[in-house]
Design a protein around this ligand. Structure first.
Ligand SMILES: [Zn+2]
Length: 93
């Protein structure tokens, strides 16, 4: 049986994160994960072949509440760099 290298497995898994890269089963379970500042880790276990591995996460974006975007806060940050939720609800009749 051909042995896959780690890079090959990683690429395979990133293309299809719902599928076990070892046996192809979609019966995989994740725990709640642990987060440390901008990094996260999550343990995954495959119920098909009982292998386990760790998913690693890196924060890619942040969303602020529009209500918190006071002028004071905007002076400290370039608003064009920020993605914030526009609550903009309409009060229809
Ligand atoms: Zn598996």
């Amino acid at each position: 049986m051909k042995k896959l290298n780690a890079k090959e497995l990683e690429r395979k898994y990133l293309e299809s994160p719902n599928t076990c890269p070892f046996c192809g089963s979609t019966d995989i379970e994740a725990d709640h994960g642990e987060f440390d500042h901008d990094l996260g880790f999550r343990n995954i276990e495959c119920n098909g072949c009982n292998k386990n591995w760790v998913e690693e996460f890196k924060m890619s974006s942040v969303t602020f509440n529009a209500d918190d975007m006071t002028e004071e806060a905007c002076e400290q940050y370039d608003p064009t760099e920020l993605h914030y939720r526009d609550t903009g609800g309409t009060d229809g009749g």
